[in-house]
Design a protein around this ligand. Structure first.
Ligand code: PLP
Length: 437
């Protein structure tokens, strides 16, 4: 085939009548792959190159569907073990009692946690009919879901339910608020960008369905005071979900464990946690984990969210998605077993070393980076326009990908395992040049 024609059909979104050879397919794939960004200059991503063991395991279980568990008994056993290992990392007093499963990542895990919060809220009021602040909420008899809840809350703004989140909450909570018709009540932050417990408590009222704490917020990597949030959750009898999508594979592996950087199911108010193997866990994309303290935590909500699955090997399904990739389960199982606690500790230590290196280098060029909690570093380089301009020059002139924070005007860099000190040195030289010219 002539070269120009071949290049042309690369961008032609049609399925040809006759298929093309494997060789041609892979030649196309290489071209598409070459268009993607090389991770070497990416300091804006919370994902990294998966561990080779994870990739191998992924390939081996590429056909496995967790949505039909009776067919994939072995893969389900691996999922159970991943959940138990994660619960152990999160200081669960009895890890075998933790409930949970793998998801596509932090967004889906957070959605599930809030889905259960909302169901629990109505479950607490009444089984079938919930008359709440003027809202008549009836239950779908097939699924047990409160079908009218949103409609009624919509009709009467006084009954809009709310979710209390820190001002640093990931944007997935904006989606969740839209999806479940919730008001997001954003709690104020302290000077280190952690939720202020008194602000969290002041946002709670009779329409609150739950509280969110973050262990490793997206912008700064800071952890909210989970101990204080746990006490507030218990006092108000509310579920507390911890979004540890990023920090779940960081905080438990810090060498220096102290009161301020620990969180988990040892704190009695914590009811669920999300943590992502596809971020600092070295697994493949998509791999998230949603963990619930135990089935009794789910009891209030499970009947409301589970649906009958007549044509599968299971009777019910309470996961958000139906078909779920067993390949991600195998990859996560393999890399967690292979690296062990020591492997993850080394990885976290390596990323913190890179972060400290960048921190010192930035000080060396007269900037004042915020002291990092974990491997996320922010540095102020001017006002909003100047920051956006510098970010653009870094990308367009030098190929660096960094991001910007909103809770303070700064450049943000995530120091993932794929970075090296040499690359960091080059980044700082390029940034210095931009700032001086
Ligand atoms: N929660 C936090 C704290 C995050 O940092 C992120 C992503 O960066 C998410 C949730 C969403 O994760 P995902 O993109 O895997 O859905």
């Amino acid at each position: 085939m002539n070269q120009i024609y071949k290049y042309f059909i690369l961008f032609l979104p049609v399925m040809q009548e006759k298929g093309i050879s494997e060789e041609e397919i892979f030649s196309d794939l290489e071209k598409f792959s070459a268009m993607d960004t090389n991770f070497k200059k990416v300091m804006s991503s919370m994902c990294t190159i998966p561990h080779p063991i994870a990739v191998k395991a992924h390939q081996l279980f590429i056909h496995a569907n967790m949505g039909d568990p009776g067919l994939f008994v072995g893969t389900c056993e691996m999922e159970k073990q991943v959940v138990e290992m994660a619960a152990t990392l999160l200081k669960h007093p009895n890890p075998a009692e933790a409930a949970g499963h793998l998801t596509s990542g932090g967004t889906e895990s957070n959605i599930e946690a809030v889905y259960h919060m909302k169901a629990r809220f109505f479950g607490d009021k009444d089984e079938d009919t919930c008359t709440y602040a003027g809202a008549d909420v009836t239950t779908n008899t097939n699924t047990g879901t409160n079908v009218n809840a949103s409609a009624n809350a919509n009709a009467n703004p006084n009954v809009k339910l709310n979710l209390v989140v820190p001002a640093t909450a990931h944007f997935s909570f904006e989606k969740i608020a839209n999806m479940f018709n919730l008001q997001l009540r954003k709690a104020d932050l302290d000077s280190s960008y952690r939720a202020l417990p008194r602000s969290v408590e002041s946002k709670i009222d009779e329409n609150t369905i739950g509280i969110i704490g973050i262990a490793g917020n997206t912008e700064f990597g800071e952890m909210d005071p989970i101990g204080a949030l746990s006490e507030i959750a218990q006092k108000h009898n509310l579920p507390l979900h911890i979004d540890a999508a990023f920090g779940g594979f960081v905080y438990p592996f810090l060498k220096d464990q102290n009161e301020l950087n620990q969180f988990g199911f040892n704190l009695p108010g914590v009811t669920s946690v999300s943590m992502d193997p596809h971020k600092m866990g070295f697994s493949v994309i998509p791999a998230g984990i949603i963990l619930f303290k135990d089935n009794s935590v789910l009891d209030d909500s499970l009947d409301k969210v589970k649906v009958k699955t007549p044509y599968l090997t299971s009777k019910y399904q309470s996961t958000l998605t139906g078909t779920r990739p067993g390949s991600a389960v195998a990859a996560t199982y393999a890399v967690m077993k292979h690296l062990g606690r020591e492997g993850y500790e080394n990885n976290v230590a390596h990323c913190l070393d890179l972060t400290e290196h960048l921190f010192k280098k930035l000080i060396g060029i007269k900037l004042k980076p915020k002291y990092p909690a974990i491997n996320i570093l922010t540095v102020e380089v001017g006002g909003v326009q100047q920051t956006t301009h510098i970010r653009r020059l870094l990308r367009e002139d030098y190929g660096w990908y960094v991001s910007e924070t909103k809770n303070k005007v700064a450049l943000r860099m995530v120091l993932m395992p794929h970075m090296t000190k040499e690359e960091i040195d080059q980044f700082v030289l390029d940034l210095k040049y931009i700032l001086e010219n």
